[in-house]
Write a protein that binds this ligand. Structure first.
Ligand code: RP5
Length: 173
């Protein structure tokens, strides 16, 4: 766990860990100091208030909140801090995550929660968006984000070459 975390990755239950893992991996790749917590808007509300209320004083700059179902975690955190909060709705068995999505994004005016989508790409993008927020005042993170963009581009360029070759071989067969 980082000594001076810039990001907190909070999840409502240990069962959200598979989603959180994707966020954590991207934060590690971007070399961002973070810590991970399990705090629940409904099961440990006092811990949510304590974590959110003390984050800014500890030097945290962004909070990522992962939760499913009646996913009030991101909103409950946003109620207790002026730090940017990014919500990641976790998929659920009954409604596929639509319940989590609506619970996360439908915030009252004045208390925003940024939400970048469900699933693996949502969990990854929460980390990237957190990095982009930090990068406003940190050129090192900005340069690591530049490297990420370059990696994404070369990955797609390689896919393009592969698919073009596939089509060539198909037409020659
Ligand atoms: C939410 O309820 C958690 O974020 C989790 O996604 C969901 C189910 O939690 P468990 O019953 O698996 O602990 O609070």
């Amino acid at each position: 766990m980082a000594e001076n975390p810039k990001v907190i990755v909070a999840m409502g239950s240990e069962s959200d860990l598979p989603v959180a893992q994707t966020t954590v991996e991207e934060l590690e790749r971007l070399e961002i100091q973070f810590e991970v917590r399990v705090v629940s808007a409904h099961r440990s509300p006092d811990a949510v208030v304590e974590m959110a209320g003390s984050a800014e004083g500890r030097g945290v700059q962004v909070i990522i909140a992962i939760a499913g179902g009646a996913a009030h975690l991101a909103g409950a955190i946003a109620a207790h801090t002026a730090l940017p909060v990014i919500g990641v709705p976790a998929a659920t068995q009954r409604m596929g995550g639509l319940d989590s999505l609506f619970s996360t994004v439908q915030m009252p005016g004045g208390v925003p929660v940024a939400c970048v989508g469900l699933g693996r790409s949502g969990a990854q993008n929460a980390a990237v968006l957190a990095a982009q927020i930090l990068a406003v005042g940190d050129p090192d993170i900005r340069s690591r984000l530049g490297a990420l963009k370059a990696r994404l581009e070369s990955h797609v360029t390689a896919q393009d070459a592969k698919v073009r070759q596939w089509l060539l071989e198909r037409t020659q067969a």
